[in-house]
Design a protein around this ligand. Structure first.
Ligand SMILES: Cc1cc2nc3c(=O)[nH]c(=O)nc-3n(C[C@H](O)[C@H](O)[C@H](O)COP(=O)(O)OP(=O)(O)OC[C@H]3O[C@@H](n4cnc5c(N)ncnc54)[C@H](O)[C@@H]3O)c2cc1C
Ligand code: FES
Length: 663
């Protein structure tokens, strides 16, 4: 069992998957999930086809009917190369998505596949009669046909001690004899029947393979044991049938196997030269290319796996530490700024422009606030809008005075200004101006030559914060422009002086600004504002990847394949209250004693209807990676690759002490 705490990374990670300790653990009925990868198509590799038969082990002796029984009880032996057989398509399997009941919830999945009798037509997006339940994680041009090997069937039968597999068991369309993951290269091309295929990427494992296999460890096992299987793109449509020979017609460039590319993303290590090499393979799907590019761009200071989640530097300190209030300043009729400094007079640790910190005002009253000052300032500044009946904002506005001491967790967050030369668009609504103001400070501090657009929405002049400060910062920038919109201008507000337009920020308004091409947009404000402005920017051609948003509350959940459930505000779990350490979900403002019955922090969050993100549920995909603001956890299943320092994979951990989570 591996321990982790806020700001301290678990140790001894690298050895865990090699030691294969998972094999010894029982199937402890806890499930997991994953996503990733890319839907759109890439160009084909050029070059004349060069037919070459793929050598493989002899066909299994007793593969009859639908149940695979050829090597039950026989010692495991590698499939390739020894017996000189020809690789063959052993079964074509299809299935349409259906709803299955899983832990009281309805899961929409196409992982149940059954063999086709006779010929099956393979088309650009699917084998006829086949479908995927979740097109975000599966299917599409790059993942049209999933391939799994009989050799891996034998391996898992022996490893798992099972004899109940049938064709399509791993959700594959093609069950093949030969084409091992450690031999097939990304970009290889194969002729099967009348169709031509190209290998695009390894499988992206998710919890549904665990459901299908009746073993929740499966998504992690497939990765740890380097037997993921892979996807084909269909270069030429045509009919295939069980028994067809598989003929290799072209070698993938760079000689990188499916097993190696899979390990490069998911397993510890990530050597740069191999990542660069993988990126030179045109056939590699755009989703995997994006992940590898993110890994290469990961700053030195950042830990964790940037191919799976956005990277951020390790927090400057673990847990909460006391900071002294040095000033409380009014910024508008509803917003006040609080400055926080080290009690010993040392400058505070620098933050990235756009990051937030978390304050504990009294036990159980914990909130996060974006930093609104300059990222290199000697003190932190937060700016808080007083909400009607709001506990923390009311406390900060009415109780907090210079000289007070407040517990503060280190700056965090991935909503940060990216370096570069691209034009920058900073858009805010109301108090959402705080993180983008920090970005404006950073740009002004470095006297950036970038084109900078400041677009601010507020109700009126009385409620617009930072007007004078923003003017000064914009004046320090050579290429800055601004647009201020008031939804309900007051009688004192002057059009053309205090504001530039009345009403909301619409697509028409944004389109009329003449924004430059290639702009990187940073948005913060109420969720309806974020939705409207994002749609407006998309409408004028800003790509989704260049629109970055910050939410002052819970992030949207990610629960792939789960049918819609009525949304309920976060609440205490049903049943007897727990007696374990306190678990605080800060964004949901909920603290719950740990109940012994919960298998993981993820399960507890789900029992409380706290919005969560997950996909594999067993430590592979990192979708559940969450900031551990304070406290210690222990892992019940070792993560395949560790999360970033100061973060935790909630799907496979539970608290060892009181924990505070950025959830
Ligand atoms: C990453 C991040 C950054 C943030 N940055 C900022 C920032 O820079 N500035 C900022 O001001 N906020 C920011 N927030 C929001 C902040 O964390 C708090 O959520 C906010 O201050 C409200 O907290 P509260 O305790 O005052 O309100 P709560 O007591 O939590 O109440 C939440 C809402 O419910 C309403 N409410 C509460 N009780 C009642 C009742 N009895 N009847 C009717 N309505 C009620 C309140 O009006 C309020 O709108 C940020 C949040 C996050 C997650
Ligand atoms: S859900 Fe995949 S790592 Fe936690």
């Amino acid at each position: 069992m591996v321990l982790a705490s806020a700001g301290r990374r678990p140790n001894d990670w690298a050895t865990q998957f090699i030691s294969g300790t998972v094999a010894a653990t029982a199937c402890a009925a806890r499930w997991s999930a994953a996503a990733a990868s890319g839907p759109a198509g890439t160009g084909c590799c050029a070059g004349p086809p060069q037919p070459a038969r793929v050598r493989t082990a002899a066909a299994p002796a007793a593969m009859t009917g639908k149940v695979v029984r050829d090597s039950i009880g026989a010692p495991y032996r590698p499939a390739l190369g020894k017996d000189g057989g020809v690789a063959t398509l052993r079964s074509v399997n299809v299935g349409l998505p259906k709803d299955v009941l899983w832990r009281g919830r309805s899961v929409h999945t196409g992982i149940w596949k059954s063999p086709v009798d006779g010929a099956a037509m393979v088309r650009r997006l699917n084998v006829d009669g086949d479908g995927q339940g979740d097109l975000g994680g599966h299917g599409g041009e790059q993942r049209a046909v999933f391939v799994y090997q009989l050799d891996s069937y034998r391996y898992w039968r022996e490893f798992l001690g099972r004899d109940d597999f049938s064709y399509g068991q791993f959700g594959e369309n093609f069950t093949v004899d030969g084409l091992a993951d450690d031999e097939v290269r990304i970009g290889d091309r194969y002729r099967i029947g009348a169709a031509l295929f190209e290998v695009t990427q390894p499988r992206v494992t998710c919890y549904r393979v665990g459901i299908r296999m009746d073993d929740p460890r499966m998504p992690a096992l497939l990765v740890r044991h380097r037997r993921p299987g892979f996807y084909f793109r269909v270069l030429e449509e045509g009919a295939v049938r069980a028994g067809d020979e598989i003929v290799k017609v072209a070698d993938g460039p760079e000689a990188m196997t499916v097993a190696e590319v899979d390990a490069l993303l998911y397993l510890p290590g990530h050597p740069r030269d191999r990542i660069e090499r993988a990126l030179r393979i045109p056939a590699l799907s755009p989703g995997w290319q994006g992940s590898f590019r993110a890994m290469l761009a990961q700053p030195e200071a950042a830990s964790g796996n940037a191919g799976l989640v956005e990277a951020e530097p390790a927090p400057a300190w673990a847990g909460f530490r006391p900071l002294r209030v040095t000033a409380v300043d009014e910024e508008s009729s509803t917003i006040a700024s609080v400055r926080l400094a080290d009690p010993g007079g040392t400058p505070v640790a620098p933050a990235l422009p756009g990051q937030f910190l978390t304050v504990r005002l009294k036990p159980g009253l914990v909130r996060s606030y974006s930093l609104s000052g300059g990222p290199g300032d000697a003190e932190y500044r937060i700016s808080v809008k007083r909400e009607p009946h709001g506990l923390a904002s009311g406390y900060l506005h009415t109780h907090v005075r210079p000289g007070d001491v407040i517990d503060v967790a280190a700056p965090r967050g991935t909503f940060v200004l990216r370096p570069g030369t691209a034009p920058v668009l900073l858009v805010s609504g109301g108090v959402g101006a705080t993180p983008v103001l920090a970005m404006l400070h950073a740009l002004a501090d470095e006297k950036s030559g970038r084109e900078v657009w400041w677009v601010q929405a507020a109700r009126n002049g009385a409620e617009r914060p930072f007007a004078t400060e923003v003017s000064g910062l914009l004046a320090a920038l050579p290429n800055a422009r601004s647009y201020v919109a008031f939804s309900r201008p007051g009688p004192e507000d002057r059009l053309g002086g205090d504001f530039d337009g009345a009403g909301r920020l619409s697509a028409t308004v944004l389109g009329g600004l003449g924004l430059p091409g290639g702009v990187e947009a940073y948005l913060c404000g109420p969720s309806s504002f974020l939705g409207d402005v994002s749609a407006a920017l998309a409408g004028i051609g800003v790509p989704a990847g260049r629109i970055h948003t910050e939410i002052f509350g819970s992030r949207p959940g990610l629960t792939p394949g789960i049918g819609a459930t009525p949304t309920r505000a976060p609440h205490l779990p049903e049943g007897e209250p727990g007696t374990g350490p306190a678990v605080s979900f800060v964004r949901s403002d909920l603290t719950v004693p740990w109940p012994g019955s919960a298998a993981s922090l993820l399960e507890l969050a789900e029992a409380c209807d706290v919005p969560v993100r997950w996909s594999c549920r067993v430590g592979v995909c990192h979708n559940c990676e969450t900031g551990l603001l304070s406290g210690d956890v222990e892992y019940t299943t070792e993560p395949v690759d560790p999360p970033a320092e100061g973060n935790v994979l909630i799907c496979s951990s539970r608290p060892r002490s009181a924990v505070v989570l950025d959830l």
